[in-house]
Design a protein around this ligand. Structure first.
Ligand SMILES: Nc1ncnc2c1ncn2[C@@H]1O[C@H](COP(=O)(O)OP(=O)(O)OP(=O)(O)O)[C@@H](O)[C@H]1O
Length: 345
């Protein structure tokens, strides 16, 4: 089945340039590395590259490298033979084999452990691999599209990412800038998502009020287009723009307070921040939020602060942080994305 045409909305120079590069390189069999913050549209770009290539009718296989521990990643990528592992009661093909001569999208490639990077490099060089526990070499013609929200050059310097693998995947580089650097894309994105949501939810919201659009244009969008899409989903379903406006103002107050808050020793002390800042900034004369909203926001703020502190102390070793916090690695990754916690290098 052919996927629908991915629509990359935006009128900024940056997005025009991204669209141009996609059309230029889609049909060239070179590996592409897409970089940008979380939620900027890297996967959308990857899907567009596949769609506009001669591989459109072939599979597009996505692998989320951040969600998998090393052992699972190996089986996910290369598959296994019957009996190769405990519980392997039949052969299973991996994503490389399933991609055949289509595209394989390695999302969050910066998360791949070093040992696995060596294996991946070997496969990219040889264009063949055996399934785990097998001897037969399986050839692969899949085009590799990788994405990262990390600065891989800094990761190379820190010894966390192989330089040779970086050069292998980065033949063509596409950088998708954060939404705050291309705010002219916000109005067309708003129209696009509202239209999409009208078709899905059958609601009647066809435009955002001017007061909300003003806030949209002021806001710094740490979660980028995904965050905008989520606000518009809520607006489409609940029609609650005053609540969204209040939330955005509150977020802006928090970040303004963060920027101006004096630090005693120059070091971040997020838990102390939580006590120092008001949990909810409700401007005078404005309606107070429900207690549930207050509770949800307060819990999220405290959780976020503690996670940031643990990550700081573990030097961003997320597996160690998950262990200390007694949550699964996967849950931690989910929370990092959901709360827009990013490493500041
Ligand atoms: N320019 C755009 N036009 C239309 N939709 C967009 C655009 N950019 C992003 N989106 C939408 O925003 C959401 C997030 O995009 P996507 O998943 O591609 O981001 P990402 O950079 O891959 O995120 P992550 O790093 O967290 O995986 C998706 O629903 C995507 O379709």
């Amino acid at each position: 089945m052919t996927a629908c045409e991915p629509q990359i909305i935006g009128t900024s120079q940056a997005i025009l340039k991204v669209r141009q590069i996609i059309l230029k390189v889609a049909d060239v069999d070179l590996n592409v590395l897409i970089s940008g913050e979380s939620g900027v549209g890297k996967e959308l770009v990857a899907r567009a590259l596949h769609y506009y290539s001669g591989r459109r009718e072939k599979p597009f296989m996505k692998v989320n490298c951040a969600a998998l521990p090393r052992e699972l990643m190996e089986t996910e990528l290369f598959g296994y033979e019957k009996g190769a592992l405990t519980g392997a009661d039949r052969r299973r093909i991996g994503k490389f084999e399933a991609a055949a001569d289509g595209s394989i999208f390695l999302d969050e490639i910066g998360e791949i452990p070093l040992t696995m990077q060596a294996k991946l490099l070997q496969v990219l060089q040889d264009q063949k691999f055996p399934r785990i526990g097998g001897n037969k070499e399986i050839g692969t013609q899949a085009r590799v599209i990788a994405a990262t929200n990390r600065n891989l050059e800094a990761e190379i310097l820190a010894g966390n990412f192989r330089e040779d693998l970086y050069f292998r995947i980065n033949t063509i580089s596409i950088v998708v800038p954060p939404l705050r650097e291309r705010k002219e894309d916000i109005p067309p994105l708003v129209d696009f998502f509202l239209e999409q949501h009208r078709a899905i939810y059958g609601n009647t919201v066809s435009a955002v009020p001017a007061s909300l659009m003003e806030l949209f244009l002021d806001y710094h969008w740490p979660g980028n287009v995904r965050e905008l899409e989520n606000y518009l989903k809520r607006l489409s379903v609940l029609g609650n723009h005053p609540e969204i406006e209040r939330e955005l103002r509150c977020q802006m107050d928090i970040s303004a307070a963060r920027e101006t808050a004096p630090r005693k020793d120059g070091a971040a002390d997020p838990v102390q921040d939580v006590e120092a800042e008001p949990v909810l900034a409700v401007p005078k004369g404005k309606k107070f939020p429900s207690l549930k909203e207050v509770r949800d926001q307060a819990v999220m703020k405290v959780e976020k602060a503690v996670i940031e502190q643990v990550l700081d102390e573990t030097h961003w070793n997320r597996r160690e942080a998950a262990r200390i916090l007694k949550i699964s690695y996967r849950t931690l990754l989910y929370k990092l994305k959901d709360m827009n916690i990013r490493r500041m290098d």
